[in-house]
Design a protein around this ligand. Structure first.
Ligand SMILES: Cc1cc2nc3c(=O)[nH]c(=O)nc-3n(C[C@H](O)[C@H](O)[C@H](O)COP(=O)(O)OP(=O)(O)OC[C@H]3O[C@@H](n4cnc5c(N)ncnc54)[C@H](O)[C@@H]3O)c2cc1C
Length: 422
């Protein structure tokens, strides 16, 4: 019998850590997530079932520490040359069980890309924030607060909009930044966040890259208010909500790097967001393969298992083809992030565009394929007992975030066709 482990992995370039780490997360998913995930939708607010699974993965198994340097209690992944491929494997395994958990877990790393990655480690901030994640067995959450009420896509569309629509302001007052603004939707907001990375402007309306600031704000700083989580179509394990910053004061040193560099490395954050999103699509498709295998082998039509009919076999083949391609493209992009010596800096517009291209392709393909799996399963496709409709609802959300498909298309066309205004 074939399993998800028959899908191809690029063995020639995986780190020795890949399999042991993958196995740990696979065991965790089998024991702590898959048996309970059908009840996660109702647990969106309380996280009574979801929280223990996070505690095991992030606090007890220590996965929330991986990016920080070893001497600060981390695993040093930020200084390795396999941070992309190892993260891809981790995220894919978590997403196979629940892509909402995968994004919540992945975003614990996300703002840390600014400060814990070679060649731009900010040692002082790593020392400041590593204890939050490394000195505990409780799950701790970080959030990357970009999106604002007037539009998220414009904030990520730095090349054209140049940060001119960012309304969250950072004003230097002596040795402190004073931050005011309103963010919404960040993964791991909705009341659970411990540490925010906040996209700000030091000069509202400006398009000057030097005015883009990425500033860390511990969630318990006076003046920070987190609203309750939103109720969404899926991804109950990821809490999203409003955050208000009202005269919030943090030390001057909490700015990630300073004028120009904050924006430069922020593009690396976007590259990692694309890589993570692709891995979530891949993880979902693997689990849909497992459930579909079971269904088309046991359900019969004209006295034969469903899979033994030509038309059905064609759809199954297409599903496998696309799952293989998502896996290969995703790992290839992760590998490109691991080898800036070959592919250039992770923060280049080229890397952002190539990540966006694969991200929106994978989302479109995944949505179409999971839809076809539901067609084959007929009413059972919509039945919560089979988990497919859950993955379908979750995958739609992966398609919508990070500026949605349109921003992806704009950035891809812009880089490859030298567009100047789009
Ligand atoms: C589960 C989830 C997790 C999220 N996590 C985070 C997070 O961690 N951090 C965070 O900051 N935000 C997060 N978001 C918010 C998300 O990234 C934004 O919703 C998204 O970027 C779109 O922004 P918007 O909703 O304000 O839509 P808008 O930016 O207002 O866009 C509206 C529509 O206009 C289109 N559009 C925008 N610009 C262009 C253009 N140049 N050309 C053509 N069409 C365009 C968009 O594609 C979209 O269809 C999350 C959202 C969800 C649902």
């Amino acid at each position: 019998m074939r399993t998800i482990d028959d899908f191809t992995r690029p063995l020639e370039y995986l780190s020795p850590l890949d399999d042991p780490l993958g196995k740990i997360v696979r065991d965790w998913a089998e024991n702590y997530v898959i048996p309970h995930r059908r009840k996660f939708d109702e647990d969106w607010k309380e996280h009574a079932l979801i929280e223990p699974a996070f505690k095991k993965l992030m606090g007890e198994l220590g996965m929330q520490r991986v990016l920080f340097p070893e001497d600060l209690g981390g695993w040093g992944l930020g200084r390795s040359n396999y941070v992309g491929t190892a993260s891809y494997r981790l995220f894919e395994e978590v997403a196979r069980a629940d892509s909402g958990m995968a994004v919540a877990f992945g975003v614990v790393y996300w703002p840390m890309v600014m400060i814990a990655m070679e060649p731009h480690v900010n040692r002082e901030l790593c020392e400041e924030f590593a204890p939050i994640f490394c000195n505990t067995t409780e799950p701790r959450f970080a959030a990357n607060a970009m999106t604002e009420p007037q539009g998220g896509a414009d904030i990520e569309n730095m090349e054209i909009v140049g940060g001119s629509t960012i309304q969250t302001t950072a004003v230097l007052d002596g040795d402190e930044w004073v931050i005011n603004g309103h963010k919404l939707w960040p993964t791991n907001s909705g009341g659970v966040c411990d540490l925010f990375g906040v996209v700000c402007t030091t000069n509202p309306g400006s398009r000057d890259p030097n005015d883009f600031a990425f500033i860390f704000v511990p969630a318990d700083t006076p003046g920070v208010t987190q609203g309750p989580p939103y109720q969404k179509a899926g991804m109950a394990a990821d809490k999203n909500g409003d955050i208000w910053f009202e005269n919030v004061r943090v030390p001057k040193s909490y700015r990630a790097h300073g004028p120009g560099l904050d924006l430069m490395y922020f593009k690396e954050v976007i590259s990692f967001g694309n890589m993570g999103s692709i891995s979530f699509v891949g993880g979902v498709m693997l689990n849909v393969f497992e459930r579909l295998y079971e269904f088309v082998s046991s359900e019969t039509y004209k006295g034969q298992p469903l899979k033994e009919h030509d038309a059905v076999a064609g759809v199954l083949a297409d599903f496998v083809r696309d799952t293989e391609i998502v896996r290969m493209c995703g790992y290839q992009y992760a590998r490109m992030l691991d080898r800036p010596d070959l592919y250039g800096p992770r923060w280049s517009d080229e890397m952002v565009a190539k990540g966006r291209a694969i991200k929106y392709w994978a989302c479109d393909q995944g949505m179409a394929d999971v839809g076809k799996a539901m067609n084959l399963m007929s009413s059972y496709g919509a039945d919560r007992d089979w988990d497919i409709e859950k993955h379908w609802r979750d995958l739609k959300i992966v398609q919508l975030w990070m500026g949605g498909k349109q921003l992806c298309q704009a950035e891809v066309a812009r880089w490859f066709f030298d567009l100047e205004t789009v």
